[in-house]
Design a protein around this ligand. Structure first.
Ligand code: GLN
Length: 203
């Protein structure tokens, strides 16, 4: 692909390699991101699953928190999976603020219960696709509330598990752990749609 977008994967902790593989399989170029200077080179960024408190600490140490916030304000598209969703949420139960505060949702960490810390389930797409999608949940966060400008793309047990707002996409589950590329492809489409705006603002 001559115009293949470069997708950064925040590579501080968590399921980095799996996202790298998925992005490569979609025909885009993955770039592992560890330093703030690398953000400016990206067309999109993935914040992977892992341990949100660990990732948050490492992000702040590397000066990445402020850099990512600024890039997001300037139009960078960002996809957060699981811990990534927690870091992107505006609010964390109870009343704690999210680190990046990019998407208008309230998330509760580890809310799917201890005896079902990891499970697979079919989720229902509200708009993205009509096919059956098997999602892998690992100590997943629950989205308890969503703002009016957030679109729910898929749900499980009546709760949203895949959502988007402006150029931000978040999932409670791990699309990088299944072979289905639909959700990564959707993120790449969001980037394509968002391109004009990013070019203007980010040069
Ligand atoms: N429970 C983890 C957290 O709170 C997220 C789990 C995951 O990313 N798979 O950060």
């Amino acid at each position: 692909m001559p115009d293949a977008p470069t997708i950064g994967i925040l590579a501080l902790q968590g399921s980095v390699r799996e996202h790298q593989r998925a992005i490569r399989r979609c025909g885009a170029v993955p770039a592992l991101v560890k330093q703030a200077e690398e953000i400016a080179l990206l067309d999109g960024l993935i914040i992977p699953g892992g341990e949100s408190t660990t990732i948050a600490k490492l992000m702040s140490q590397a000066g990445l928190t402020e850099t990512i916030k600024q890039a997001a304000e300037d139009g960078l598209a960002i996809f957060g999976t699981c811990a990534g969703l927690i870091l992107m949420a505006r609010e964390i139960a109870e009343g704690e603020q999210g680190l990046l505060g990019l998407i208008d949702i309230k998330a509760r960490r580890n809310a799917y219960g201890s005896q079902a810390e990891s499970f697979e389930a079919d989720i229902a797409f509200d708009s993205l696709s009509s096919k059956k999608y098997r999602a892998i949940f690992i100590r997943a966060p629950l989205v308890e509330a969503t703002g009016s400008s957030v679109t729910v793309l898929a749900s499980y047990q009546g709760k949203p598990v895949l959502l988007e707002e402006r150029q931000f996409l978040v999932s409670c589950f791990h699309p990088e752990l299944t072979d289905d590329l639909e959700i990564h492809r959707h993120f790449l489409k969001m980037i394509e749609k968002n391109k004009g705006q990013v070019k203007q603002k980010r040069g």
